[in-house]
Design a protein around this ligand. Sequence first.
Ligand SMILES: CC/C=C\C/C=C\C/C=C\C/C=C\C/C=C\C/C=C\CCC(=O)SCCNC(=O)CCNC(=O)[C@H](O)C(C)(C)COP(=O)(O)OP(=O)(O)OC[C@H]1O[C@@H](n2cnc3c(N)ncnc32)[C@H](O)[C@@H]1OP(=O)(O)O
Ligand code: UBL
Length: 375
Amino acid sequence: MGLGECLKSQVLCQVLISYVFLASGLLINLLQLCTLPVWWLNKSLARRINCRLGYCISSQSVAILDWWSGTECTLYTDPKMYPLYGNENGIVVLNHQFEIDFMCGWSFCDRFGVLGSAKVLVKKELAYVPVIGWMWYFLEIVFCKRKWEEDRITVSQSLQKLRDYPENFWFLLFCEGTRFTAKKHQISMEVAEKKGLPKLKHHLLPRTKGFWVTIQNLRGTVAAVYDSTLNFRNNESPSLSGILSGKKYHADLYVRRIPLESIPEGEAECAAWLHKLYQEKDGFQEQYIQTGRYPGPIVSAPRRLGPLINWLCWSALLLFPLGAFLVSLLSSGSTLTILASLAFCYGGQCPPFKHNARGILCLLFYLTFRQRAEF
Ligand SMILES: CC/C=C\C/C=C\C/C=C\C/C=C\C/C=C\C/C=C\CCC(=O)SCCNC(=O)CCNC(=O)[C@H](O)C(C)(C)COP(=O)(O)OP(=O)(O)OC[C@H]1O[C@@H](n2cnc3c(N)ncnc32)[C@H](O)[C@@H]1OP(=O)(O)O
Ligand SMILES: CCCCCCCC/C=C\CCCCCCCC(=O)OC[C@@H](O)COP(=O)(O)O
């Protein structure tokens, strides 16, 4: 193991990264709160400011993925469509299988200049997660309760508000509605059978109502659906903790641009269209598993320096006071205080506390990533 890898695998590094993310995130949340008066004076300006502030948070996750772990993201798409990406509004339909799929999504957003304005339909519970959830509130992210009787009104209202959004945005939809597991797949295929729909091998049966309501409300605002299929090389299942400890993965994303006019308007026709799309997506997944690649050419969408610069600036800003505090602690000369601090910092690496340190570090992520067993 080289020096770089050894450094990245240190729990202390991961604690420092998390500290920078949390401290800067809360500070940015506070700044977002301060933009509230601007909303009443100049809504468009408030939205643009919040895009920049949101970028300061989400691009840290991109920096961890692209620069800290060195994960590579390869794009398969029609080169003729490439100039449109980032220069129009799009609805992204993505498979939901991997723990870090949202990070790869954000990385592609950054590569096309729409990271600050990226939107998504997320479960309401995520709105209460500090930093990310609070940031989303100011970015006008669309929350759903996964109770159609309520969502049909609230989701429509939130989508209508995006019609005069001042920046180009991508609206991400995980139509499967939850992350893929074997058990959920089995239940979902039973539903498919009851509905007389063809079975899918690599996807859950898509939930069609959210897609239909999105198309209906964003028609005229959004130019196309970006049908996107994500996979990782070597059959890897990447994890957030792997990324944090510097493990490099290789993501492949296949994107097809489908003009919105070609999607039927009626609810039943739109649902049938989405089911057909997922059958095609299933075929692309199968092809990837069999051959290690998607149909179509690879186009270059390189990682950008912005996230790295943003991350380094926040790190410098927030690690400096921490370092100054440690120096003052050491120079205090109190043996007891120094020993207590060392025990606090390194205790997490000694058995039986080894996993506790990571446990504390990942508490926030646990709240977010826990899977609902009852689904
Ligand atoms: C160039 C590069 C391109 C792309 C780059 C890629 C991406 C970048 C883009 C943006 C990035 C931005 C942000 C990313 C950041 C973070 C995102 C992170 C995480 C979000 C994760 C989530 O929160 S996912 C959960 C929330 N989302 C959804 O649920 C969406 C899908 N769901 C729906 O649409 C639902 O319809 C609903 C939520 C609107 C309403 O749900 P409800 O359950 O009330 O109704 P349903 O219609 O779904 O259910 C009733 C019908 O479903 C049938 N049924 C029952 N059981 C099942 C089952 N197990 N499977 C399937 N279907 C089932 C039931 O029979 C009913 O059928 P009907 O025929 O009567 O409709
Ligand atoms: C710490 C260093 C910087 C790392 C940056 C990473 C930021 C991560 C912080 C908080 C995470 C918030 C992002 C939310 C994305 C979570 C995706 C998710 O939760 O999917 C669950 C969804 O499928 C449905 O779940 P269930 O059907 O309820 O099961």
